[in-house]
Design a binder for this molecule. Structure first.
Ligand SMILES: Nc1ncnc2c1ncn2[C@@H]1O[C@H](COP(=O)(O)OP(=O)(O)O)[C@@H](O)[C@H]1O
Ligand SMILES: CC(=O)OP(=O)(O)O
Ligand SMILES: [Mg+2]
Length: 403
């Protein structure tokens, strides 16, 4: 089946057109800086002959304008991939928050959209953008079936002892306040690839998704049993611009003593914190450059980032009474050998011992980076879009076979 996958962010729109039978991406695109000056769309088409790239430097005032351009390039670009928008029959959308109701992929209808909207305050950077992506795609592809694949769904297997907060019961029972966890599409995909590689479906795996947003998961028997994000996508690890875990007292102090408004606190913790708050840079490559140039704040940011991750590794080894593999994925996890080395340093008590040469090698395939005989340390490139496409195709096939 051919599936168009849409991953809408607050100021970006990513898409991939995937053949789920061959697992091949036929074309992909990224529009960024939507609504800002200097927006652009990079559209790539992959053929037997190689990759062609078309860059559109137009200004995209909103996601609709970016999608319009994507449709134009898909149908009438230098290498059209579909001949008419009507040829697109299946569209898979990444939706970040699905709450407790969505443990699986679903066909999008008005009730599903209302639920995604209701959860928006919990993930202000994500669900509103996802809804916009759905609206725009529905307008351009009214004949297609639109499917939501949720970042929260994989973590719905967590036991109550992991997902509950120690606050009065009625806040869970009546208001639904609990931990959900995110990046589930990625944690599920890379843990499955790792278990397959190890030949052990029951493996205890710790997955480290280190991108702009960062989270870890403890996966046992293919099920998430704990994860570092919570009610929203702010808890846990230090991220590009998000704080990760902190004592809630910080929030009371900001609002009650320093006079911050709730919206200012939300902005501070989502957009001005993390690596950016510590070093001035949200992009890990720039933090490294600054640290290498001797900037102490950047060095401390790297130390804090790695230290936080080490503590979660320890926690998840305890949660699973052991571990069979660690899996690094996403932008930092896949590409940043120096950070992987810092995270793995001084964890030999757990059998974690990195091989320097293997760690430095670059590849777009799954690979092992531990010294021989040590705990498997894997780098597994995440393919969230492929995972969304496969889920979308599966749901549509199920529907058609059992209408
Ligand atoms: N070679 C690299 N070395 C270090 N960090 C990298 C490298 N390539 C990408 N990154 C980092 O990966 C992060 C983005 O990860 P990515 O998974 O693409 O994010 P997103 O959450 O937007 O999908 C950025 O902090 C970027 O600096
Ligand atoms: C949930 C989340 O943090 O997603 P992203 O990494 O795409 O921002
Ligand atoms: Mg990502």
């Amino acid at each position: 089946m051919h599936v168009l996958v849409i991953n809408a962010g607050s100021s970006s729109l990513k898409y991939e057109y995937i053949d789920t039978d061959t697992r091949k991406t036929l074309c992909s695109g990224l529009a960024d800086r939507i609504g800002l000056p200097g927006s652009s769309l990079v559209h790539r088409v992959y053929t037997e002959a190689g990759t062609t790239e078309q860059i559109s430097q137009k200004n995209f005032p909103d996601h609709t304008a970016a999608m319009q351009e994507a449709v134009t390039l898909l149908t009438r670009g230098q290498h059209p991939v579909v001949h008419h928008p009507e040829a697109v029959k299946a569209i898979g959308h990444r939706v970040v928050h699905g709450g407790e109701a969505y443990t699986h992929t679903v066909l999008i209808n008005d009730a599903v959209k209302a639920d995604i909207r209701r959860l928006s305050p919990l993930v202000p950077l994500h669900n509103p953008a996802n809804l916009q992506g759905i609206a725009v795609a529905e307008a351009f592809f009214p004949q297609a079936r639109h499917i939501a694949v949720f970042d929260t769904a994989f973590h719905q297997t967590m036991p109550a002892r992991a997902y509950r907060y120690a606050i009065p019961n009625e806040l869970y029972e009546k208001q639904g306040i609990r931990s959900f966890g995110f990046h589930g599409i990625s944690h599920a995909y890379v843990s499955r690839e790792a278990a397959h590689h190890l030949g052990n479906p029951g493996a205890r795996i710790i997955t480290l998704h280190l991108g702009n947003g960062c989270s870890m998961a403890a996966v046992q028997n293919g099920r998430s049993i704990d994860t570092s994000m919570g009610l929203g996508a702010l808890d846990g690890l230090i991220m590009g611009t998000r704080s990760g875990q902190l004592d809630p007292t910080v929030i009371f102090y900001l609002t009650e003593t320093l006079g911050y408004k709730p919206g200012q606190v939300r902005h501070l913790l989502n957009k001005e914190s993390g690596l950016k708050g510590l070093s001035g840079f949200s992009d890990m490559r720039e933090v490294h450059r600054a640290a290498d140039a001797g900037e102490k704040e950047a060095r401390l940011a790297l130390d804090m980032y790695a230290y936080r991750i080490k503590k979660f590794i320890g926690a998840y080894i305890a949660a699973m009474n052991g571990v069979d593999a660690l899996v690094f994925t996403a932008g930092v996890g896949e590409n940043d050998a120096a950070m992987r080395a810092q995270i793995c340093s001084d964890l030999d008590f757990f059998g974690i011992r990195l091989d320097r040469t293997r760690n430095e090698q670059k590849s777009s395939e799954l690979r092992e980076i531990q010294i021989s005989g040590a705990l498997p340390l894997l780098v597994v490139p995440t393919r969230e879009e492929l995972a969304i496409a496969v889920e979308t195709a599966r749901l549509i096939t199920d529907h058609d076979e059992n209408p």
